[in-house]
Design a protein around this ligand. Structure first.
Ligand code: AMP
Length: 549
């Protein structure tokens, strides 16, 4: 497939609003692709480059991209930045700028989809001191051959934000439709393989290839997630449920095969290097090949420390030995997904639990199974007394469903209303904070799009504002007077007193008294609150207010 044909397909999708129509467009492109092109197309169309399980990163921020565009077009940096600010979109800006270049250049050859992928893989592989310059040069090679429309999508793919509104769900449906296979089979295979590109290749082979998928050590899968609920509802719906402490730390997935072990964060980043002490503890606890799921907590005098202490350790790149001395980390293991070659996720939780207890000697989270609300209540009180966040209730006969926030895991914790939202923009601060970002624009998600919902300007310490500035400064996409826009990478947890309907924000809602609680850098943009979730909270709030008055 030529990259220009891929770009035209993106352009068509960008002009399409209806989900069914989008699925139709994608499903018509897919069958003609070669085995090599199919996974690339499927990932690119979702704005991704590498399989989701891969920790490979392109490592191209907006600044590096602007520099490459400037070199290719021969324009001044200020002209590039002005165009980006005027269009408000890096992709459209690159398209416009390349149009100027195209009038003077004759050397371009038609780019192939696979060639673009090979170019990007090469860029990702460059490491070390000279890598920035080499990356710029490699981006220039691609941009040099790109026609303006290709430039639009190439730039967006490089920043991993395609903005054509095609979410993973739509692409799954399109794959199912293109090869006439059951979409539930496609979804299950995606949960196991964590790469829709590879799933599409198997779908092309047929349903039996899809149903034979197995987990592979060192290909992390998404974490199963929890919903809110109540003890009474869980017991009424399921009878006996399994209760465990809800540890307030950082989620991990630990993979071991032979003498080789790696640990992944909730965002599936490889954090092995940062956590040698945790790895060591887990290696003493098992002799098996396995994939286990758990939560690392920090402790001092046997009491859990606040969750930030753990996150700091997950993020650490230097001074790891000193950090180990300062903060003691302990893993708590609560699930097993794979054991000695066998994929376990489709087994009931009660069966997996037996395998977990068999395979792992220490650090297995204690569990109480009961249909008696008083017993579960007592576990909840014990959890809070011991300084944990609350409890998790799990349905004993439920499978492990990677990435799903279903009703098989319910979290019970003291009521505080907080939301996890993406930071998409900010205003510069004032007075002594003029060199930092001040008020932040936050967004929720809906079908692959980010919708502004609120601003947050209170709740930050000077130290936190400086930390946030550091995390965001290289992700600025555009600036307009006092306002900047970011490539969405960071998640804030914010508190609020009420959700209100609002014409000001695209989400149609706004937060009353929003207050910064903490950075959630264990969460991805894909993990932020959905518009549906906000609507649900709004409905619940109306009901509660109604019953109070
Ligand atoms: P939340 O982040 O509030 O949606 O709560 C779900 C998170 O609680 C999971 O992603 C885990 O990181 C964490 N957690 C702590 N203890 C447990 C447990 N026993 N079982 C499952 N998740 C747990």
């Amino acid at each position: 497939m030529l990259f220009i044909d891929f770009s035209r397909c993106c352009e068509r999708l960008e002009g399409t609003k209806g989900r069914l129509e989008m699925i139709d467009i994608v499903s018509r492109e897919i069958p003609d692709l070669s085995d090599e092109e199919l996974p690339i197309f499927v990932r690119f169309i979702m704005g991704r480059i590498f399989p989701d399980w891969s920790s490979q990163k392109l490592g191209i921020g907006p600044n590096l991209l602007y520099e490459a565009v400037r070199n290719v077009t021969g324009l001044q940096k200020s002209e590039v930045i002005d165009t980006i600010n005027r269009t408000g979109d890096v992709g459209k800006a690159v398209e416009e700028l390349l149009a100027v270049k195209t009038q003077t250049s004759l050397s371009a050859h038609p780019l192939e989809l696979a060639e673009v992928y090979a170019g990007l893989t090469g860029i990702a592989a460059r490491e070390g001191r000279t890598s920035q310059k080499e990356k710029i040069r490699a981006v220039m090679v691609l941009l040099n051959d790109a026609r303006p429309l290709e430039g639009r999508y190439l730039a967006r793919i490089m920043l991993e934000e395609l903005r054509i509104g095609v979410g993973e769900g739509s692409v799954r449906e399109a794959v199912a439709k293109a090869f006439s296979v059951d979409s539930a089979l496609v979804e299950h295979a995606m949960q196991v393989l964590n790469d829709l590109g590879e799933v599409a290749r198997l779908a092309k082979k047929g349903p039996s290839a899809l149903s034979e998928v197995r987990l592979t050590p060192f290909h992390p899968v998404r974490m199963m997630l929890a919903q809110q609920g109540t003890i009474a509802e869980m017991i009424a719906d399921h009878g006996a449920v399994a209760a465990e402490f809800k540890y307030d730390g950082s989620r991990f997935q630990f993979h071991k095969k032979g003498n080789w072990a790696r640990m992944y964060s909730r965002r599936l980043e490889d954090v092995t290097g940062a956590l040698p002490d945790v790895i060591q503890q887990l290696l003493t606890a098992t002799d098996h090949d396995l994939i286990i799921d758990g939560e690392v907590i920090a402790v001092e005098n046997d009491r859990p420390l606040p969750f930030q202490s753990v996150l700091r350790r997950f993020r650490r790149k230097h001074g790891i030995a000193e950090a180990q001395e300062a903060i003691r980390l302990i893993p708590n293991v609560f699930d097993i997904l794979y054991l000695d070659g066998e994929t376990l996720i489709d087994l009931p939780f009660s069966e997996r639990r037996k395998k977990l207890e068999y395979a792992v000697r220490f650090f297995v989270a204690p569990q109480v199974v009961s249909d008696n609300a008083d017993v579960i209540d007592a576990t909840y009180k014990k959890a809070l007394d011991a300084g944990h966040e609350g409890i998790m209730l799990k349905v004993p006969d439920s499978p492990y469903t990677p990435g799903l926030r279903g009703k098989n895991w319910i979290k019970i914790k003291p009521a505080v209303d907080t939301l996890d939202l993406a930071v998409i923009g900010a205003d510069w601060g004032e007075g002594k904070r003029a060199h930092l970002f001040g008020s932040f624009l936050l967004a929720c998600q809906s079908e692959g799009k980010l919708l502004p919902l609120s601003r947050v300007a209170t709740g930050f310490s000077d130290e936190q504002l400086a930390e946030v500035y550091d995390l965001l400064k290289d992700t600025v996409i555009s600036t307009l007077e006092k306002e900047v826009r970011f490539e969405p990478t960071l998640v804030f947890e914010v508190g609020y007193s009420e959700i209100q309907t609002s014409p000001t924000y695209d989400a149609g809602f706004a937060l009353r008294f929003p207050r910064f609680i903490r950075i959630r850098d264990d969460k991805d943009i894909a993990d932020i609150e959905t518009l549906e979730g906000i609507r649900e909270r709004y409905r619940r709030q109306l009901n509660n207010n109604g019953s109070r008055s």
